[in-house]
Design a binder for this molecule. Sequence first.
Ligand code: ZN
Length: 162
Amino acid sequence: MMITWKEVINFANNGNPEPDRRVEKTEAEWQEQLTPEQFRITRKKGTEAPHSGALCSIYDEGHYNCICCNSPLFDSTIKFSSSSGWPSFTQPIEKNAIKYEKDSTFGMTRVEVMCNTCDAHLGHVFPDGPEPSGLRYCINSASMQMETKNITEEIKTEKETK
Ligand SMILES: [Zn+2]
């Protein structure tokens, strides 16, 4: 599986793939669950200051899950070091993990990236990432939590069964 810019544009224009499940909560419920910063970014489409995010310079093995609904969004194998100041990835963990929408705020046309399970705002995707996909998912640290537990074990088991 590899998502290309063409596919991203197609999703943003014509609709996104079905998620495996949906999580829907009221604004008050999200507010209770999240910190003010997490709420501002994920539910109000905010942006954290560059280089401020906790996950920015972490390259541990593991999954990056949605801070709102804990769905896996990205993993450490597709994270790359970009100078943007936000965690950057070249691909989502699954094609239907992410939702794309055209964003015309601030006088720019960009593609907004959201969690496909709960619609949390994550960041934006740009067509200037490294090959082979050429994509750069620029994601707020505050919208994700890292899950490192048992990952090394999982990888080992996968290798053994192959
Ligand atoms: Zn979510």
